[in-house]
Design a protein around this ligand. Structure first.
Ligand SMILES: NC(=O)C1=CN([C@@H]2O[C@H](COP(=O)(O)OP(=O)(O)OC[C@H]3O[C@@H](n4cnc5c(N)ncnc54)[C@H](OP(=O)(O)O)[C@@H]3O)[C@@H](O)[C@H]2O)C=CC1
Ligand SMILES: N[C@@H](CC=O)C(=O)O
Length: 339
């Protein structure tokens, strides 16, 4: 089956996705009967487009960003175009902006109008305009997946939607932001400064373009909000979430926790209470009896508490551009696999 794709956002994750498309080409064909062709990729400066498929090797080896797309276009002698045309699916990997949802919102809505399925990695549009996006998708009979926006390589939505089908999910607790977890782990275990640990997380490509989203807790809040609205049936906005990040965690706090055999973790929680759903994010001291105690470094973790299956969790899914790209690829496979 031939699938034509558009990619918005030629950043670290976007480029990693292109590399994976090439690396996994044979496996996608052999295991899933999917022949995936990238027909457009766009940045702020416009779109490279070729209905016969773009050169994945050249793009995978190029610098990220719009200037690089312009250089590719110049080398090919074909100008960038203002927008993308029709295709089967959009992979949305532009920066997350939780105030406006843009630029992801515009691209997602355009894709839906073009009757394209959507795989979102950015969170802004979904967090700000979840209902509107899903209503438009239903009207246009297209499908939307967003593992990349809900902790990426760590399975979260899949567990809630598939593995826990038939259960009532009573609460969800998670370490959902790799950057914050990395900073806390390195500060606590290696006595690194906050700034140095953040700098390393940035150099690994896992921090948001605006790292305040990570360290002030917004990224964790976005992920848990999406999980709650999707799995617990709430209709909450970001303003309904109580959010405290890790910027106020001091070396002394970490030292005290260490002395007690505890750890401080940035926990995102959603729970049903008195007929409503409450979502909060805050740093918490946890002991060895907590299921997420051993989740260190860039790893993440999630625990669902259910009425019939007890506690079910997953840990790992280290934050990385490759893991994020792989999560988008997983979504794509599930959209189109017949086998
Ligand atoms: N990094 C990670 O590990 C993960 C990231 N994500 C999400 O994936 C998304 C991308 O992350 P990441 O690749 O790290 O971020 P980057 O900042 O590396 O990449 C984003 C790219 O988008 C481009 N861009 C900016 N504005 C626009 C626009 N209006 N139209 C099209 N392209 C635009 C930028 O290039 P230019 O401005 O030159 O066009 C930039 O190269 C984010 O929303 C993030 O939250 C999700 C899971 C994990
Ligand atoms: N910035 C995030 C990656 C994308 O979701 C993180 O640190 O986990």
């Amino acid at each position: 089956m031939r699938i034509n794709l558009v990619l918005t956002g030629f950043g670290i994750v976007g480029r990693e996705f292109i590399k994976l498309l090439e690396e996994k080409r044979d496996a996608l064909r052999g295991n899933y009967d999917l022949d995936i062709r990238l027909v457009a990729v766009g940045g702020r400066g416009g779109f490279l487009a070729n209905e016969d498929g773009l050169d994945l090797t050249a793009l995978g080896g190029a610098e990220t960003g719009s200037r690089s797309l312009q250089a590719y276009a110049d080398a090919q002698g074909s100008p960038l175009v203002a927008s993308f045309g029709e295709a089967d699916a959009l992979i949305e990997a532009t920066p997350t902006d939780t105030d406006t949802g843009e630029p992801g919102l515009g691209y997602i809505m355009q894709a839906i109008r073009n009757r394209m399925d959507v795989v979102a990695l950015s969170k802004g549009a979904l967090v700000r305009h979840y209902n509107e996006i899903f209503a438009a998708a239903a009207t246009n009979r297209v499908r939307l997946k967003f593992s990349g926006a809900t902790a990426a390589a760590l399975p979260t939505l899949d567990i809630g939607q598939i593995s826990l089908a038939g259960c009532e999910i009573l609460s969800i607790e998670g370490i959902l932001n790799g950057t914050s977890n990395y900073i806390l782990s390195r500060m606590q275990q290696d006595r690194l400064s906050f700034e140095e640990a953040l700098r390393i997380a940035q150099s690994r490509g896992i921090a948001e373009a605006n790292p305040k989203l990570d360290v002030e807790g917004t990224d964790s809040a976005c992920k848990m909000l999406l999980l709650a609205n999707c799995l617990l049936g709430s209709k909450l906005s970001l303003s309904d979430v109580s959010v405290t990040g890790i910027v106020g965690v001091t070396e002394q706090d970490l030292e005290e926790a260490r002395a007690q055999g505890s750890k401080i973790k940035l926990l995102a929680r959603a729970r049903k209470q008195d007929g409503a759903v409450r979502v909060e994010v805050s740093p918490r001291k946890i002991g060895t009896d907590h299921l997420l105690f051993s989740v260190d470094g860039t790893n993440k973790g999630i625990v669902f508490r259910t009425d019939t299956m007890g506690e079910v969790g997953a840990v790992g899914g280290s934050s990385s551009p490759r893991g994020a790209a792989a999560a988008a690829m997983k979504d794509l496979i599930h959209l189109y696999r017949k086998i």
